[in-house]
Design a protein around this ligand. Structure first.
Ligand code: PMT
Length: 401
């Protein structure tokens, strides 16, 4: 997959820079062409000679090469690669690229790059958590940069926490996946809702359901692999949010919180896919103390939750595509068609509780795609395969719009 691919590898001045040696080795072994650019301070952490030897190309760092007397043209560097990777991405370079500063060759090449850019941030845990870094990371994602998220572990400072750069093997996997998948959604932003909501009754009890989040997460992963920037708003799930540079998770508990988070994100989105099993009702009062056992009956008064899918369907702009799910137990197709119309969706993915080995919690699903152009059954398959078919169908709908 990587043979002949041109990768511009930007290395900045952080202790994790020494790991770039391993990444260059893996990329070259996979027959990619690698051109290394270093910020001036990066050479204090890793030797340009080692990188030049491994990449079989001179390492660039300054605009002007005093040895050859040549000018290192950042515009040419920006046009050359199929992918630019910056690893480690320090807090300093992050802040600079977000603000368009170009006071070194690497930054000027970033601003000139026409190809997608992937970054692997690395910094101390407090720098990573700092509101300033949070703001810069949010902007970076809006700028369509692929982020290979840092992990939790021992840091160079001796502290333990989040900020440790993803290992070179993981970076290599992300780069390979990037070239493997059809990148049909580059530049698109997708909102996915996933999992259940929990509607508090008192401090220890809630109304919930059996959704694990697997269906929504599979959709998020497929969209991310195709190049979209994906925001997943999920309730309290048992499945793990897929780890992919393009996926940002927003964890919520109740339908009201999910509704609010979705409304905040939706204006920037091209698609919304509502796979969450949102509670239609919530207790009108949340008791502050645990309800004591008393009498033979307990009556709870429930009030209606806002319908997120319906709100998005009603408020969307022309270019936005809205997809809902329907979990039915009877008159499945008719109910799904009603939801398509009422919630002003482009597509409803119907799954029936009557399908064996599918739906809630299962790794598989069996669905019917219901749109104004007809109904198609998708036989039982893994949720990832179902998600691929759903995303194919949404792409097709978009072309027909
Ligand atoms: O999470 P898993 O274990 O993988 O299970 C997957 C799933 C079964 C939860 C999923 O495939 C599914 O069917 N999700 C939708 C379940 C559901 O709540 O269906 P519904 O028919 O009640 O709702 C219709 C649509 O309106 C859904 O898109 C739902 O997200 C949306 N909705 C519903 C109520 C509400 N207040 N707000 C909403 O947005």
């Amino acid at each position: 997959m990587l043979a002949g691919k041109k990768i511009l590898l930007g290395i900045t001045g952080g202790i994790a820079a020494y790991k770039s040696v391993l990444l260059v080795r893996m990329l070259v072994k996979a027959q990619a062409e690698v051109q290394v650019i270093m910020t001036p301070s990066a050479s204090a952490f890793v030797s340009p000679l080692t990188l030049a030897t491994l990449s079989k190309r001179p390492v660039l760092s300054e605009y002007f090469n005093s040895e050859s007397g040549e000018w290192n043209n950042h515009v040419e560097l920006g046009l050359w690669p199929d992918l630019m990777v910056i690893m480690p991405l320090t807090a300093n370079t992050l802040a600079k690229i977000v603000h368009g500063i170009s006071d070194n060759l690497l930054l000027a090449a970033y601003l000139s790059a026409r190809c997608p850019v992937m970054v692997a941030p690395a910094m101390d845990l407090d720098m990573w958590k700092h509101p300033s870094t949070r703001r810069n990371m949010e902007q970076l994602i809006l700028d369509q940069v692929f982020v290979i998220p840092p992990g939790i572990g021992e840091l160079a400072s001796g502290l333990y926490g989040e900020g440790r750069m993803a290992e070179p093997e993981d970076q290599f996997d992300c780069i390979s996946t990037f070239f493997q998948t059809k990148a049909t959604l580059i530049g698109k932003s997708v909102l996915v809702t996933a999992g259940p909501t929990h509607e508090a009754i008192d401090p220890v009890r809630f109304i919930g359901n059996h959704s694990s989040g697997k269906m929504g997460f599979a959709l998020a992963l497929i969209c991310a692999r195709r190049g979209a920037n994906v925001h997943v708003v999920h309730g309290p799930v048992s499945a793990s949010l897929p780890s992919h540079p393009n996926i940002v998770g927003h964890s919520v508990t109740s339908a009201i919180e999910m509704h609010e988070q979705c409304l905040n994100l939706f204006p920037e989105m091209d698609w919304a896919i509502c796979a969450a099993a949102v509670s239609d009702y919530r207790p009108d009062v949340i008791q502050t103390e645990k309800i004591k056992k008393q009498g033979d009956e307990l009556h709870l008064r429930l009030i209606k939750n806002p319908d997120i899918l319906e709100t998005l369907g009603n408020t969307r702009q022309k270019h936005q595509t809205v997809v809902g799910f329907a979990l039915e137990t009877e008159n499945e197709i008719e109910n799904a068609k009603r939801k398509l119309e009422k919630k002003k969706a482009d597509l409803i993915v119907m799954n029936s509780l009557r399908s064996e080995g599918a739906g809630f919690g299962s790794d598989n699903n069996h669905v019917w795609l219901v749109s104004n152009s007809g109904t198609t059954e998708i036989e039982l398959a893994s949720k990832e395969q179902i998600a691929q078919t759903i995303v194919d169908a949404i792409e097709l709908l978009q072309h027909e719009k």
